[in-house]
Design a protein around this ligand. Structure first.
Ligand code: UD1
Length: 337
């Protein structure tokens, strides 16, 4: 009997939080991750197989030997500027490898697929609010690579061989509230992570990219969703497919946003440290406002957020950042000695 879930990229930031929730509720989980950006320690309570999602022989073996009934596909490159400078890397890993993974699922008769997509598929929207019917016009290869994968998946599912839930993530932030796992990728660029690195002394200052947007305080507004709320949406998606539910594409956000200044204020409030803020011109490729319409997620998956609270998101991100700083402290002093 097919009874386990294959999680690709389960050693990464979002994947590891999903694996933790799956394991906690007693699911059988196997992770495939090449550890290019993931961390072995982030996989708690599941078997980790180190390898590439594009390795058909390996994936076919895992699907067979672990009696996989559903695949959750997180493995991807996610750095937008890098996708502009090296698009082939993004189309290769994100799109071609999704195609290979689907071909393996087709051969093995795996009929349930949950796909990590991104708000980047929308590009720049007219009013900054995106529902699932908003035209998809990605403005960078990262977004295009995700949209192509969505298309391949949708067309394959239209044959009746598989059902999917495609989740379009907005700005994912925060970490496990108990501090067991978190976001460890070096060279962080995402606002909440960068602000927390500043709060623990890892960065001397914090930049605001653009203070002249047409928003109440002039800075960009985003819909920040706590990673554990996003993770629980994946478990609800799995339940939906197991219950025979139809294929769906759903936004994952809270439906409201915060400005860069509001995020920085929250980090100051929670961290108790003043910030050294530098105001810079707009960052290329940034849109003024991006907020999800997420009613469909709530209605179709019976999903309710638990952590829709900016201070809570920041508190969990800061908890993790402090742990990372503690872990790296002995190394830093050893290298100075
Ligand atoms: C980025 C990606 C997006 C991806 C999302 C979640 C880009 C252009 N977009 O979104 O495709 O889906 O992450 O992974 O890379 N900001 C500052 N100072 C900083 C960092 C950011 O002011 O040091 C501002 C940005 O200008 C923006 C907001 O904070 O207004 C959020 O930025 P960021 O956290 O980088 O995420 P996005 O660019 O929205």
């Amino acid at each position: 009997m097919k009874n386990s879930v294959l999680v690709t990229g389960g050693a990464g930031y979002i994947g590891s939080h999903v694996v933790q929730q799956l394991v906690t509720r007693g699911e059988r989980v196997v992770v495939i991750d090449n550890l290019s950006t993931g961390f072995r320690d982030a996989v708690c309570g599941a078997e980790l197989v180190v390898g590439n999602v594009g390795d058909r022989a390996l994936v076919a073996r895992l699907l067979r030997e672990h009696h996989v009934e559903a695949v959750m596909h997180f493995a991807a490159h996610t750095v937008v500027p890098e996708s502009v400078s090296d698009p082939l890397k993004y189309y290769g890993n994100n799109t071609c490898n999704t195609h290979r993974l689907l071909a393996c699922c087709a051969a093995a008769g795996v009929g349930r697929f949950i796909f990590s997509s991104a708000a980047a598929v929308y590009g720049v929207t007219d009013n900054g609010i995106a529902d699932e019917g908003t035209p998809t016009q990605p403005i960078n290869p990262y977004g295009a690579s995700k949209l192509m994968s969505e298309t391949i998946l949708r067309d394959f599912c239209a044959t009746g061989a598989m059902r999917h839930i495609t989740l379009r993530y907005f700005n994912v932030a925060g970490c496990d509230p108990l501090g067991r796992i978190g976001q460890s990728t070096p060279h962080a660029t995402l606002l909440i992570r960068v602000a927390c690195e500043h709060a623990v002394g890892k960065r001397a200052s914090l930049s605001i990219f653009g203070t002249d947007y047409d928003t109440p305080d002039g800075t960009g507004i985003r819909d920040y969703i706590h990673v554990d709320d996003l993770a629980s949406a994946h478990l609800r998606a799995l339940d939906h497919l197991r219950d025979g539910g139809e294929s769906l594409t759903l936004n994952c956000g809270y439906g409201h946003g915060y400005s860069v200044r509001e995020v920085i204020d929250a980090v100051q409030r929670v961290g108790g440290q003043p910030s050294s803020v530098v105001e810079l011109p707009r960052r290329a490729g940034d849109t003024p406002i991006l907020i999800a319409r997420s009613d469909r997620l709530k209605q179709n998956l019976d999903w309710q957020p638990q952590y829709d609270d900016l201070d809570f998101i920041v508190r969990t991100a800061l908890l993790w950042e402090k742990q990372l700083a503690r872990k790296s402290a002995p190394l830093a002093s050893a290298s100075r000695a």
